[in-house]
Design a protein around this ligand. Structure first.
Ligand code: TYD
Ligand code: MG
Length: 454
């Protein structure tokens, strides 16, 4: 009998080795190697694809415009770049319990209302569990097929015979193919199933959406390997304990990346949030305390007003604490260093906490100035002018640097009734804005004197 060949695969990044390793040389995670049976089926699959597609001259390639199916949920369509592209594979990733199954069941309902056929492969939940959720969401249609199945070969057979417009696989971690022998959920299985689904989507010209759970470390489905295989990666974010959720496109072969869609989870599933800035500012006008500022952040091409809070207090510890929620801690440390050096703020004996209200992450440098002013107003115990919004990147010498999409940001602040906005002097504003005063600041000190209410 031939000896079964095995290999060890890192369950975090997919790195393969012949022998066991304690630490992965690729992604540095510890104890992530699992023994899996080596299979050579992949080579055949590659050969098959290359036979169908011979090399072609660029000039000879005919362009057929991509066909998109609208989900009828405008926030979701926006993130997808205008609808689901026919024959594409979309990965929706997010923490368990965030609402992935919910949004896809709602999407299925919307598509079925347009007379499209949807096959919902439920690999985690039974048909009656899905039915229960559908009832709650008010989804009912005869074009929606629920298929509780984990075996890829059976799923494929049903897709080929049903020929639906959209297939949803909930989730990729729960399905397996008999072509390889590792257990469901292992890197090899996930990678192989995703690969097979990709081929099926292309050959049958059917759109496929797969759900992937995120691991504790925040990687999609353990292996990052999925990300570069699929056409579109959409991340579902948000605080499980709060009601709003953000869909963010992080890779899209057919559209803009870093577009976001904002939803609210309610008793009847997810509903779109048409004016997101309003939610993030809901409580702002009611609480007027030192240490709060409003910034206009840009999520993709979309401006969003969010509140940043800072709390500074004398530390009881030998080394002061710096805690940042929703913004990068490294960025906060840099801002603190600039404030100490350039305006002489002494924070060496002070704990500093920075928090973004609403559970969203703000990861762009344009938030720097807002963070800096939240800290300064807290230290000086003054209230930041309620009618003023602020944007700008803070350089190491205390200079304020230009930010992108400035006109969209001003427009959003104006729309929400702000009377002033502090922007970098380096930004050139062509458009004329009425009802909002644009204050330009070159250095951190100018921004401080321009914004604090006396
Ligand atoms: P679910 O879609 O099952 O999450 P995932 O598939 O990402 O694991 O949603 C789970 C949560 O959403 C669950 O805690 C209950 C909540 N929920 C509502 O609040 N309202 C609803 O209408 C539905 C269907 C779920
Ligand atoms: Mg689910």
């Amino acid at each position: 009998m031939a000896k079964i060949k095995t290999k060890y695969v890192c369950q975090n990044c997919g790195y393969e080795t012949a022998g066991y390793l304690g630490k992965c040389p690729e992604c540095s995670s510890w104890g992530s190697f699992i023994e899996e049976i080596d299979s050579s089926s992949k080579k055949e699959a590659i050969q098959e694809v290359s036979e169908i597609l011979p090399p072609m001259k660029l000039s000879e390639i005919e362009m057929n415009s991509e066909i998109r199916i609208s989900t009828n949920i405008s926030e979701f369509d926006r993130v997808l770049g205008g609808g689901i592209v026919q024959g594409s594979l979309v990965l929706i990733a997010g923490d368990p319990g965030i609402g992935k199954s919910t949004i896809l069941l709602q999407t299925s309902g919307e598509l079925c209302a347009q007379n499209k056929t949807v096959l919902y492969v439920s690999a985690e939940e039974s048909a009656s569990q899905v039915k229960l959720r559908a009832e709650r969401l008010g989804v009912k249609s005869d074009n929606l097929y629920i298929y509780p199945q984990t075996n890829y070969e059976l799923i494929k057979k049903n897709i080929e015979s049903l020929k639906p417009d959209l297939v949803i696989v909930d989730s990729i971690q729960a399905i397996y193919t008999t072509q390889i022998q590792s257990s469901a959920g292992s890197v090899s299985q996930i990678r192989e199933c995703c690969n097979l689904l990709m081929q099926l989507a292309k050959s049958e010209n059917i759109s496929v959406i797969v759900i992937g759970h995120v691991t504790k470390e925040g990687n999609i489905a353990g292996p990052k390997v999925l990300e570069h295989m699929v056409d579109t990666v959409i991340q579902f974010e948000g605080d499980k304990y709060k009601t709003y959720r953000i869909l963010r496109s992080i890779k899209n072969r057919f559209g803009n990346t870093s577009e976001v869609g904002i939803f609210e989870m309610g008793a009847k599933g997810l509903s779109e949030v048409i004016n997101p800035s309003e939610i993030f500012l809901k409580e702002y006008n009611q609480i007027q305390t030192p240490g709060s500022t409003i910034i206009v952040t840009s999520e993709g091409t979309r401006p969003l007003l969010v509140e940043i809070q800072a709390l500074v207090g004398t530390t009881p510890y030998p080394a002061p604490r710096r805690v940042a929620n929703g913004v990068d801690t490294g960025r906060v440390l840099q801002i603190l260093a600039v404030l100490e050096k350039r305006i002489g703020l002494n924070l060496s004996k002070q704990d500093v906490y920075v928090n973004v209200i609403g559970g969203i992450d703000v990861n762009e440098p344009a938030a720097d100035l807002g963070i800096a002013l939240a800290i300064v107003t807290c230290v000086r115990d003054v209230v930041f002018d309620l009618q003023t919004a602020i944007v700008g990147e803070l350089g190491l010498s205390g200079e304020i640097r230009a930010v992108n999409h400035i006109e969209k940001r001003i427009n959003e602040a104006q729309k929400l009734g702000f009377k002033r906005i502090i922007i970098p002097e380096a930004n050139d504003v062509q458009e004329k804005f009425e009802g909002i005063e644009i204050v330009k600041a070159k250095r951190i000190m100018e921004a401080i004197t321009g914004s604090i209410k006396h």
